[in-house]
Design a protein around this ligand. Sequence first.
Ligand SMILES: C[S@@+](CC[C@H](N)C(=O)[O-])C[C@H]1O[C@@H](n2cnc3c(N)ncnc32)[C@H](O)[C@@H]1O
Length: 220
Amino acid sequence: MRMRRKKNLETHLDECGVYFTELHESTLDTREKSESFLNLDELFGRTAPLLLEIGCGKGGFAAKLAKRYPEFNILAVEKSKNVLLSACKDAMADEIPNLRFLCGGAEYLARHIKPHTVERIYLNFSCPFPKARHASRRLTAPAFLDVYKQLLSKDAQIHQKTDHPRFFEFSIENLTKAGFKLQNVSLDLHNSDFEGNIMTEYESRFVELGKPIYRLEAYL
Ligand SMILES: C[S@@+](CC[C@H](N)C(=O)[O-])C[C@H]1O[C@@H](n2cnc3c(N)ncnc32)[C@H](O)[C@@H]1O
């Protein structure tokens, strides 16, 4: 997702108050830095079970999820600040109380979210990074699955959707190797009997193009 950098981005993000939090990470070496956990009770103004969306883009899915499940806190993570601005503004305008956005890379999350406190992780149309040399950037690459294992609570699940068959295969292979079990696997979500799907921005585009949507649920 490439966008032109918004004018006065930092100022606009500052105006988003609690809706926007940024992780400040300057190195890709995840081993060197110590943990500094976010105070999520303070950020949400309450204690509630936590759902995480990683790579939330413009935040449409997270907003609908938050409205559907008011009893959960929804933390939507996105590494592009530029993309997050409209997500934060929409959530603020809608006054969604149980939704917050976190700007940062998924690779750092285990340092900022307490272990085993996440009830579900959503990976919606994560960038497939088709080139083999970029495979480690895919959000279901082994290093990311290690991060998710640290975050997920007992009986928690990962829900993934993608339009990309090879990325889906890659995900199934890595999840299985990492000890996850799979359920409700669909090779054509929109022509299946699955109910209650929440569409994302990318999903709407792919469905319009007539592409099948792949979906799975993974648990340990
Ligand atoms: C293809 S977009 C999909 C957006 C949205 N989930 C949807 O379905 O409409 C993938 C998003 O994941 C973000 N992303 C990619 N790698 C990431 C990472 N390591 N950590 C956090 N976000 C990431 C990208 O910046 C991009 O906005």
